[in-house]
Design a protein around this ligand. Structure first.
Ligand code: DC
Length: 212
């Protein structure tokens, strides 16, 4: 099984790079952040408090998730837009800190990869927890102000200060949580993408793949 693990904080360029890399290599791509967002969306829609660990964990096991590069469906409902909205973005760290939710989603991520012989998988714990034996582990970073600018350009209707504050809050939660906190996986290639174009980053990763 050939897995390429791409980890890093929000705004580090992960999603764009992982998509382009998968295209370039002719591999499938999985956005695991979209899975945590989809479970959060499902909880909010059913009126379950995202902080209520047990019902959220039960929901994570039962919910039907279809996460593809173009579309995210939750129990058959198209949630592609809503999972990126402010309500889900505010609550997702709580859901991602739930150990039972993580166990279930990690299981689904491994199943996804096993069923297709691997792929490019993007998230926060992919190289450290989900696929510690990945063929290549990449950890992307960027200066905080660059990450906030990228996120502000992606979301509409929010000013830079709000986005920057939200990003800093989410980074702290993702790095500080007990289960699978965001960190640089052992053996990962670290790239600061602040002053690199997407093509430069993808070229660099492809070059490292060749070295391995
Ligand atoms: O990459 P993103 O912003 O869509 O991720 C949404 C949230 O999910 C983020 O707060 C971190 C969390 N996450 C995680 O804990 N583990 C992953 N493998 C992917 C995302």
């Amino acid at each position: 099984m050939k897995v390429i693990a791409i980890d890093g904080p929000a705004g580090s360029g992960k999603s764009t790079v992982a998509r382009r890399l998968a295209e370039r290599l002719g591999m499938d791509y999985l956005d695991t952040g979209a899975m945590y967002r989809a479970v959060t969306f499902a909880a909010l829609r059913r009126g379950i408090d995202p902080a209520d660990a047990e019902p959220v964990a039960r929901l994570a096991k039962a919910v039907d998730l279809e996460v593809t590069p173009g579309e995210v469906r939750v129990d058959g409902v198209d949630a592609t837009i809503e999972i990126r909205g402010p309500e889900v973005s505010r609550a997702v760290s709580l859901v991602a800190a739930n150990p039972e939710v993580r166990t279930e989603l990690v299981r689904r991520q491994r199943e996804w990869a096993a069923s297709r012989g691997g792929g490019v998988v993007e998230g926060r714990d992919i190289g450290s927890v989900v696929f510690p034996d990945a063929q290549l582990k990449v950890y992307l970073t960027a200066r905080p102000e660059v990450r906030a600018e990228r996120r502000a350009a992606e979301v509409t209707g929010l000013d830079y200060e709000t986005v920057a504050a939200d990003l800093a809050r989410r980074d702290a939660l993702d790095q500080g949580r007990e289960t699978a906190p965001l960190r640089v996986p052992e053996g990962a290639v670290e790239l600061d993408t602040s002053d690199m174009t997407v093509e430069e980053i993808v070229d660099e990763i492809v070059r490292r793949l060749g070295d391995g």
